[in-house]
Write a protein of this length. Sequence first.
Length: 326
Amino acid sequence: MWLPRDVPDGVLTGMSISVIGYGNQGRAQALNLRDRGLPVQVGNIDDEYAASARADGFRVLRIPEAVEAADIVVVLIPDEVQPHVFRSSISNALRPGQVVSFASGYNVTYGRVPIREDVDVILVAPRMIGRGVRELFLSNRGFPMLVGVEQDASGEARARAVSLAGVVGADREGGCVLESSFKEETLLDLFSEHAGLIQLLKTSCEVLIEAGCSPEAAILETYGSGELGEIAHAIADLGLVNQLRLHSTTSQFGQLVWGRRWIATETRDLMRRAVASIQDGTFARAWHAEEQAGLVQLHAAWRQQEMAPLFLAEARLYEALGRGGE
Ligand code: NAI
């Protein structure tokens, strides 16, 4: 792991960067890189994101031209469009010696993007949403970045990945660069989506309602009050267990002694199966089949959730509290 003071300086001097995509990550990273003095241009299709990049003062090129024009190509378009955009606009425009950087491991892990063998292929993945990437940078604070190397054509790929992560914002107080890989980042990312908090919160709420609690009380207690956000901050600042010192002694006994029994062997085994379904490609195959079929299951799941008693109660509660929207 590299802390801010260890991130090598100057590795990218003289290299020009094309940021492909100007959305959540693209805008934040392009602005941060430019503020660090690097020559940055944007590659984008002709849409409102391109207009936003122009309004921010960037030179905006068509994607193939932006790829040709740069030493480092930072790919920041959605994962689901990358295979098509690589085939149509990126793969053929690449030349030997370039660096292709991804913010997500998914498409490289599952072999979905064709890339020639004489370029560096690196992972520079912020553990931060785009808005945070920019806002933290502006307030001179850092955030964690995972880096990895899939192809090291230059012999410099690792140093370049670490440096790029640094200049995007990891080399400031509070940041760090952690060595990872495309496969590991894919597993971390997907697993936290499959076996993560949303399912647990939903199930917890449903069980409390079954036990006779009102939906409003269950929702506020479980996630709606905002306390969960406070606890998440305390976990990041103090540690997962150490922050329990901020809770009552009854809560500490419940969480450290009594509650352990409810994460049973079966839960752990199911989590291991979730890991296996990512590592052996079962999830990726199911997701690609779903994309080919026009997202039928996903749309049905949205309809089902929108009609579920828990979320109808949530909508009423949030409306009464003046919340909601996006
Ligand atoms: P986004 O959805 O904000 O991307 C929008 C950009 O993609 C726009 O510039 C748009 O013109 C371009 N685009 C959309 N469809 C296109 C198409 N068919 N052809 C060409 N360009 C197209 O993407 P976001 O969320 O910034 O994600 C970019 C990458 O960063 C992904 O690999 C994602 O996994 C990764 N990432 C995203 C995070 C986030 O904060 N959203 C956090 C960490 C990683």
